[in-house]
Ligand binder design. Structure first.
Ligand code: DUC
Ligand code: ZN
Ligand code: ZN
Length: 479
């Protein structure tokens, strides 16, 4: 299959230039001005548009079994919705139950993802610890293309990782050249606050943000950072939602620590007043963790993204419909946590980021694609328009306008947290592994053609860190 994208301006994270882009057999094979279309090639007219690396959403949960139900979006519908919004790859999570064999869980998730229509990969969660987990982490890195491990510092009594697990797993990740990632919230404090609020009779969604204040997130972020500092391992903190965690990351980075931070499109744009909405369905539809925060936190997150202290944007796409959210009608602790957005991340970031001058186009590419590809070690195969890269490309029409609505989107969920938002700039064409999958407002996808993307260990960080650790070792004093 050959596709020629003609007449656009290529926007990479490092520069912008006018060029045609030729794709063949799933790869970019030529970039230059005035390229001719080989016989039989599909030609995409990109005149007046930008040709950018397809988005990478490094944080999704398709068909996640969670809080007594299963997320409504599956790997097929979720990757299709992603393509409709210009995202060509997701990194999802394989999450073993405590005591579940880690390889079994990983293989189970691999099976579920077989029907994906775009490329995907998996972070693997470490939810418990014994010798078999230590072994399986090695197998995953050496044989299964996994280079990142996730730790939930919240969800006590379920998948929460305590400090002992964090220390064991971070140390093992360092040995293997993998990066630990954390969901940073102090699970003990959240548990206590949830119960205290429920006991006083606060049972509605308005209690959700009160049970998970920014201090709980800041404490956990700082704890994970300091554990990583002592063990000399890099760290990636998912879905930073508040000033406290951003400050912890910024401080560590200023001290020279390799700490990376992700922010969700929702946390940049939605505020916590929504939890006080009189309609349970609306408020519950926004229940996710960490919760949406007040405006001052949103402003700080934008500044963190602009300054480079937050490097990636994601969605934590984890969809539950109204009937599922109703499980918590009488008790906010039982509302399944999660919101969607994989289809909208790029367009809302363009509109509110590039459209407001907060981000340049090149910075937009960095935070929606290239930085994730670099951190998770799949660059330049992903995250760049360059010869030899996978032909995962979005053609972006900066003049197109639309109003976001569940009536027209492709996500398998009955509520869109960006409902009614008017945006300017969106994907006119999405090309996945060299095939045009989204054009003229229509999807053309095939079940199961998405590929699992192997992510090799990142030797670079680890050799640097090992040298530092070696040098820091105390020298015996002669007496
Ligand atoms: N937060 C959510 O809101 N949903 C899934 C898991 C998570 O950490
Ligand atoms: Zn999380
Ligand atoms: Zn998540």
């Amino acid at each position: 299959m050959t596709v020629l994208i003609k007449g656009g301006a290529v926007v990479n994270a490092d520069r912008t230039f006018n060029a045609d882009v030729l794709c063949s057999d799933g790869r970019i094979v030529d970039i230059g001005e005035g390229l001719d279309a080989p016989g039989g090639a599909t030609v995409v007219d990109a005149g007046g548009q930008y040709v950018m690396p397809g988005g990478i959403d490094p944080h999704t949960h398709m068909q996640l079994p969670f809080m007594g139900t299963v997320a409504s979006e599956d790997f097929e519908s979720g990757t299709a919705a992603a393509l409709a919004g210009g995202t060509t790859m997701i990194i999802d999570f394989a999450i073993p139950n405590p005591q579940q064999n880690v390889m079994d869980a990983f293989n189970e998730w691999r099976g579920w993802a077989q029907k994906a229509v775009a490329d995907y990969s998996f972070h693997v969660a470490i939810t418990w610890w014994d010798e078999s987990v230590h072994e399986d982490m090695g197998t995953l890195v050496r044989e299964c293309g996994v280079n990142s491990f996730k730790h939930f510092m919240a969800y006590k009594g379920a998948i929460m990782a305590d400090d002992e697990i964090l220390v064991n797993s971070f140390s093992r990740a360092l040995e293997l050249g993998a990066i630990p990632t954390v969901h940073a919230e102090n699970g003990e404090l959240v548990f206590r606050l949830q119960n205290a609020l429920a006991e006083t009779g606060m049972t509605g969604p308005e209690a959700h943000p009160l049970s998970r204040p920014p201090e709980c997130e800041g404490e956990a972020a700082n704890r994970a950072i300091r554990i990583a500092e002592v063990l000399k391992v890099p760290l990636y903190i998912v879905h930073n939602s508040c000033i406290q965690s951003l400050e912890a990351i910024t401080r560590a980075r200023n001290e020279g620590q390799r700490v990376f931070g992700e922010v969700l499109a929702g946390h940049l744009l939605i505020d916590d007043s929504i939890y006080r909405h009189p309609d349970f369905e609306v408020a519950a539809a926004h229940v996710m963790s960490p919760p949406f925060r007040s405006k001052e936190h949103q402003d700080a997150l934008w500044r963190g993204l602009q300054a480079g202290n937050l490097q990636t944007t994601a969605t934590d796409h984890c969809c539950f419909c109204a009937d599922q959210k109703a499980m918590g009608k009488d008790d906010f602790r039982k509302i399944p946590n999660g919101t969607g957005g994989v289809e909208n991340r790029m367009e809302v970031l363009w509109h509110h980021g590039v459209g407001t001058g907060r981000l340049t186009m090149n910075e937009f590419v960095a935070v929606t694609s290239t930085n994730a590809a670099k951190i998770f070690n799949i660059y330049p195969r992903k995250g760049s328009i360059s010869v030899g890269a996978d032909a995962d490309i979005v053609v972006w029409d900066p003049e197109a306008t639309k109003t976001i609505s569940t009536k027209t989107d492709h996500q398998k969920v009955d509520y869109n947290i960006f409902e009614g938002m008017q945006i300017k700039g969106c994907a006119s064409h999405t090309i996945s592994r060299g095939k045009v999958c989204w054009a003229d407002g229509k999807l053309d996808v095939e079940r199961g053609v998405g590929n699992y993307v192997n992510r090799p260990p990142y030797a670079g960080y680890y050799s640097a860190l090992k040298i530092q650790a070696e040098r820091a070792r105390p020298v015996p004093v002669e007496r």
